[in-house]
Every structure is written in C-alpha cells, then in structure tokens.
Design a protein around this ligand. Structure first.
Ligand code: SF4
Length: 170
C-alpha cells in the first residue's frame, strides 16, 4: 500500500470504470490514449491565457491545471463525465487542504460554455476519502477487474483491448 500513489486522474478513472483505473495504473496505454492526452494538453494550453501559473505538480504526486486566486481550475471538453470530473476536483481540494491550503474548485466545460463551482464540505470530504480508499483497493488487486459494459466503453481508449475477444467471436 505504501508504494501505491493515486492522483486526480486515478480518481477520475475510479468513477468511470475500475478496470480502466487498474489498466492505467499498470502503465497499459493505448494509441488513442496518447491522442486524448494531447487533446487535453492543447485544451489546457488555451484554457488559462491570463494565468501565469499553469499545470502545477504538487509534491510530485498530482498535477492541477491552474490556481486562480481562491480557486483550483480544471477545464474539460464536455460534461459527459461530470461525476468523475467532480470526484477529481474534490480530490485536489482535499489534497490541498491536507497541505493547509483551503481552495474552492471551478470546473469549466468548453462545449457547454459553463462553469461549475465546487466546495469541499464535510460530506464531500467523506465521499472523497471513501473514493480514495476504494481506488487503493482496486490498485492492490493482482489482476484487472473484469470488463463491465458501461455507456462510456465506446469512447474509452481501452475499448479494442477490452472487447477484442468479443469481436473475434462475432
Ligand atoms: S472499455 Fe469499458 S470496461 Fe474497458 S476499460 Fe474502458 S470503460 Fe472499462
């Protein structure tokens, strides 16, 4: 457990799919994943032109997009994975609070042109602690969690990997 580390992306994947979290943590990456990361990088480069401090690496553990006054900011393309985005932001707020820095969160969705504010209250603190413990228990597994069909699968970088056998059988 001591060697395990989780970051914001882990929490995002934890909310989306436990198998995805496990595969990602084991360094199993797919071609499209790189494209997605590149897409994210381009988005981030254009998201905060007036902010000098962009993408901060905290304690060599997790990266945040930007700090804007009392806010930690994250920009996403769409709100399709809003619950996972929320959990990821709560993780950052919680980690910052553990380091004595109290912030609020701002999640911006470029497609919908809307921004959502998030506050780390007692309930969300409990929720994020539980999710972190849950993510650790997934990472401790010797084998990947089984494929579980979710609507997101078709957009997932691991789709061909997870469904290769199924496609062969068709
Ligand atoms: S394709 Fe589906 S089951 Fe496989 S990692 Fe992605 S979301 Fe999870």
């Amino acid at each position: 457990m001591e060697n395990l580390k989780v970051g914001g992306v882990h929490l995002h994947y934890y909310a989306v799919c436990k198998r995805k979290l496990w595969l990602y943590d084991r360094g199993i990456t797919m071609e499209q994943e790189s494209d997605r990361v590149l897409q994210g990088k381009i988005l981030h480069e254009h998201a905060y032109p007036r902010l000098q401090q962009k993408e901060l690496l905290i304690d060599d553990t997790f990266k945040i997009d930007a700090i804007d006054g009392e806010y930690i900011r994250e920009t996403k393309i769409s709100s399709k994975l809003a619950n996972a985005d929320r959990l990821q932001m709560l993780f950052y707020l919680y980690q910052m609070e553990l380091r004595g820095i109290k912030k609020k969160g701002l999640l911006s969705y470029t497609k919908e042109k809307r921004t959502k504010e998030l506050i780390l209250d007692e309930d969300s603190k409990k929720e994020i602690k539980k999710a972190i413990a849950g993510a650790f228990s997934v990472l401790e597994r010797e084998t990947a969690p089984k494929v579980k069909k979710v609507p997101y699968c078709k957009s997932c970088a691991y789709y061909s990997f997870c469904y290769a056998l199924e496609e062969d059988e068709e």
